[in-house]
Design a protein around this ligand. Sequence first.
Ligand code: IMP
Ligand code: MG
Length: 180
Amino acid sequence: MRVLLDREQIERRTRELAREISRDFLGKNPVLIGILKGSTMFLADLMRRLDLDPEIDFISISSYASGVTSSGTVRLLKDLDGDISGRDVLVVEDIIDSGLSLSYLRKNLLSRNPRSLSIVTLLDKRVPRERQVFVDYVGFEIEDLFVIGYGLDHAEHFRELPYVAVLEPDDPSGPYGGPI
Ligand code: IMP
Ligand code: MG
């Protein structure tokens, strides 16, 4: 297992993003929308650094059945609790891969007439995009590798790791002390 981004790097970048977002949303009362489940750790760390009075809500979509390849379709698994019409919305995502999830979500959320819609993602994979997605804030650009940790999973495992690592299935030093 290879650590790509350690705790300190993530914390430093999250503070910077929080400063930038706080400046941009000054005087506003945004709704942060966490995309379940991968964004939960990032959302928690980001929101506690914001110098704002945000509300939070969650939405759950699925584009990956399980495993490491996209199934190409997006399903809405859990909708928001609240109404976002007229609100300043900040979508908080863990990672953009093909862009399919976010382009679906963007269209879906815009149809509810928010006052503004912005997107922050912790990770942005450098891959040729099926869908072009405009993202307002990016934590880190990474290579096209399957990563785990800091909320990101492989078949629901490894979300609890406090760092982002590259999944290497044959590595004997996996995060749980053995090969995965
Ligand atoms: P997209 O629709 O292809 O952009 O996929 C985005 C979603 O797939 C993310 O929100 C993640 O939940 C998941 N995903 C994409 N790449 C990875 C990865 O490297 N590790 C874990 N999950 C990933
Ligand atoms: Mg996700």
